[in-house]
Design a binder for this molecule. Structure first.
Ligand code: HSE
Length: 291
């Protein structure tokens, strides 16, 4: 039996819609995988009551099918579903890594990414890899159809998760189908700035690169209080703030010395509106680990 811890992730980071992602050092899913004649899935942990155990409908089942390797799979959810923290991706990543170990398939971490992305397709309707890539490979990742570029960055982050549910499918419906060339030029500049910031471990550049005038404004409308939460985080020292993945989590980049104050400010701002939540003082983290 193989046990795998696969981390939560934050996709997009503003300017990198469906391309950028970062592993978070917490929370994480812990998954046990054993070879079996047919795939079975047992779930427990955060929000597991909302996830079907039927392998035909579960992201883990889709990954086992994609790898053509049936398995007995037990998932302990640390990453809440529909949070914007790559919940389905963490399970998909853990199962891909676990099956690769259990069956000694010999795939590299990068080669496992498209298989794990098949699990994402079941949940969101599209096999995007911006959450599974960092959950499998760790660090900051740039996932394109041609492959994944990974950077072992070290950037402090705050992730605030309000108690509201936004499904990825709904959040994808509000994404604009086209954009003006001026917005695209801005976005390219910011995305390039963010990548430079990750290579240099520079929170100022990363924060500046998290701005986005195309996808994020449409998504922000789904998150009650987003503009005010963003404003208080910036006042408390965040270098950049944006929607984490499809939301409702909100992510801030910062210096370590400001992390605690930013976390408190974000949580208080949601609480002032009667929205409960939790906050993670985290950082760009490691990828899936096998025990
Ligand atoms: N890039 C995806 C999105 C991540 O923003 O819709 C969520 O799964």
């Amino acid at each position: 039996m193989v046990t795998v811890r696969a981390p939560a992730t934050s996709a997009n980071l503003g300017s990198g819609f469906d391309v950028f992602g970062t592993a978070l050092d917490r929370p994480a899913d812990v998954v046990q995988v054993e070879k079996a004649g047919e795939t079975t899935i047992e779930m427990q942990g955060a929000g597991s009551e909302f996830i079907p155990e039927d392998p035909e409908k579960n992201t883990a089942g889709a990954v086992a099918r994609a790898l053509d390797s049936p398995a007995r799979i037990r998932i302990d959810k640390g990453v809440r579903p529909s949070s914007g923290l790559g919940s389905s991706a963490a399970s998909a990543a853990a199962v891909a890594v676990g099956i690769n170990e259990a069956y000694e398939l010999g795939y590299s971490r990068e080669e496992l990414v498209p298989y794990a992305a098949e699990g994402e397709a079941l949940v969101s309707g599209e096999a995007h890899a911006d959450n599974v890539a960092p959950s499998i490979m760790g660090g900051f990742t740039i996932a394109t159809p041609e492959g994944v570029t990974q950077v072992d960055a070290s950037i402090p982050l705050v992730v605030c998760l309000p108690e509201m549910v936004i499904s990825t499918r709904d959040a994808r419906r509000v994404v604009p189908r086209s954009a003006e060339i001026e917005r695209i030029v801005e976005c390219v500049g910011r995305a390039a700035t963010l990548v430079a910031g990750m290579f240099r471990d520079d929170p100022d550049l990363v924060g500046r690169g998290m701005e986005d005038g195309i996808v994020t404004p449409a998504r922000a409308e789904l998150i009650e209080g987003y503009d005010d939460v963003r404003a208080v985080a910036l006042e408390a020292g965040a270098t950049g703030v944006t929607v984490s993945g499809a939301g409702p989590a909100v992510i801030a980049a910062c210096r370590e010395s400001d992390r605690r104050e930013i976390a408190g400010a974000m949580l208080d701002e949601f609480a002032d509106r009667g929205v409960e939540g939790r906050v993670y003082q985290t950082a760009v983290g490691r990828g899936a680990e096998v025990f």
